[in-house]
Design a protein. Sequence first.
Length: 171
Amino acid sequence: MKQALLVIDMLNDFVLPGAPLEIPAAREILPRIEALIAQARAEGRPVIYICDSHDPDDEEFDLYPPHAVAGTEGAGVVAQIAPRSGDMIVAKKRFSGFYGTNLGEALKERGIDSLEVTGVCTDICVQYTAADAVMRGFKVTIPSDSVAALSETAHDQALDHMRQVLHVEVI
């Protein structure tokens, strides 16, 4: 198996205090994600950042406050785990990192068949990306200490759903 590490939406607009869609638990998982990134790089595994990148008038802003508008500081990956040369960045406009992006093709081109998924929100973008990955035949592993949601209940329910329904390996 050839595995890649996905880092989902660890962006200023989700992580920093006072951000439009602040997820306080995202700051708690930063050290663990930083360690996973270092491990992946040391092992030669691809590190792929999946990042919200919305238009200023995105229809998602009818549901959530404006966030991660393309080209703004809020749409940037938090400095502590910023991408490096050689890392891949996938801009997305919807919950899944696969929807309307080249992620699936890029993974196949690299011969990747397994994904380790980290980031936020466990119950939204992490879950939808994991679901799309499973439906495309990828083996998915989620370190439970490397994903976060707005509430512990939402986090736990999403992990349980992914474990029970998607047969994702939650560790």
